[in-house]
Design a protein around this ligand. Structure first.
Ligand code: HEM
Length: 330
């Protein structure tokens, strides 16, 4: 192989190499890519994806409408209208539910943001060492994630205790096997775009109730348990416990649970806005069911608070708080 700086035989003959600097080989200008795709590829493949989704959705809507018109399915929906009767469940939205729901949304956005940051940051801005264990050192992002987790768990425990104490739990915990055929019926009606309307505003339809139950009583405990396993609170020296609940299992479950929460929040918000938005926002922010803009403006304010929280969740502002509980450094 010839060294690129040494003259070729022809150059050696003419002495050309002494007067001309070797030209670098011609290369294409580097294309900017995101997740291994160029902007053009994203546009083409994204466009095909969107068209495919629209076609599949349209076929699903038409097929479900046709199904709902058949005698069997129409009879099924008549028998299971999408919600079962819950005579004991209290109605309305008490103030504690309004506040717990807001704190939950605020903390959840920050928990998801810092969770994604932990997975993606190559070099943390700073590290934190607890006062009580000088050998343990975690990134400031993990510290913030865990601090937010503790507040989120505290808020969640207060919420669940109040749910149980006031009877409101009956709205979000299935109390009859009829929830399953009713959820299927509600699902069919959602897909047909002929959406189930809630007869009494205190009652959720069965699919909604199952989603709330899964979020509060399955996803949240799973997030807590798997997070605890990966945290400094876990008794790492207890071999029996470690074997019973391997850290790899915790890691494998923690991330999909975060995906679940993200999808839940997106669908939840779409449905809040697609079904009588003003009344929904009034219920969850003021506890009132009237049709005015108060709930909407409180929602806008709460979004501003969430965005401000997300902005402040950076080392500059977090370090002074974290240093109250340990040493912050590099
Ligand atoms: C700012 C964003 C949010 C808005 C505007 C919002 C809105 C609402 C509304 C309007 C309801 C009442 C539903 C109805 O009457 O049909 C509700 C209930 C509920 N939301 Fe949200 N939500 C938000 C974020 C979240 C988040 C992040 C979670 C949890 C991951 C969540 C979990 C729930 C649960 C569990 C209920 C049922 C509460 C009960 O009745 O006990 N929400 N939300």
């Amino acid at each position: 192989m010839q060294d690129s700086s040494s003259p070729t035989p022809a150059e050696a003959k003419t002495g050309a190499a002494e007067h001309t600097t070797p030209k670098p080989p011609k290369t294409q200008p580097a294309q900017k890519t995101f997740l291994n795709r160029t902007g053009r590829q994203w546009a083409v493949q994204g466009g095909i994806g969107v068209v495919a989704i629209i076609v599949v959705a349209a076929v699903a809507v038409l097929l479900t409408r046709w199904l709902l018109d058949t005698e069997t399915v129409a009879g099924f929906v008549e028998r299971y209208p999408g919600q079962y009767s819950q005579p004991e469940a209290p109605g309305g939205y008490p103030w504690w539910l309004n506040w717990a729901h807001f704190f939950n949304a605020f903390l959840m956005v920050l928990v998801i943001k810092t969770g994604i940051q932990i997975r993606t940051e190559a070099r943390p801005a700073a590290y934190w060492t607890p006062k009580w264990n000088k050998k343990r050192k975690i990134s400031l992002t993990i510290w913030l994630h865990n601090a937010l987790d503790l507040l989120w768990v505290l808020n969640g425990v207060i919420f669940v205790v109040l749910l149980l104490a006031t009877g409101y739990w009956q709205r979000v915990v299935p109390t009859s096997w009829e929830i399953f055929p009713n959820a299927l019926s509600a699902g069919l009606q959602y897909v047909s775009l002929d959406w189930p309307t809630v007869g009494e505003w205190a009652h959720y339809n069965s699919l909604q109730e199952l989603a709330y139950f899964t979020t509060i009583f399955i996803a949240a405990p799973l997030a807590i348990l798997t997070g605890l396993r990966m945290s400094g609170l876990w008794p790492a020296n207890n071999q029996a416990l470690n074997k019973l609940f391997p850290v790899e299992l915790a890691r494998a479950v923690h991330f999909p649970v975060m995906i679940y929460f993200t999808v839940f929040i997106l669908v939840h918000l779409i449905l809040v806005f697609a079904t009588d938005a003003l009344a929904n926002l009034n219920q969850i922010y003021t506890g009132d069911e009237t049709q005015n803009w108060t709930g909407f403006w409180l929602f806008a304010l709460s979004l501003a608070v969430i965005v401000a929280g997300a902005f402040l969740a950076r080392a500059l502002f977090v370090a002074p708080i974290a240093s109250l509980f340990g040493r912050v450094g590099r």
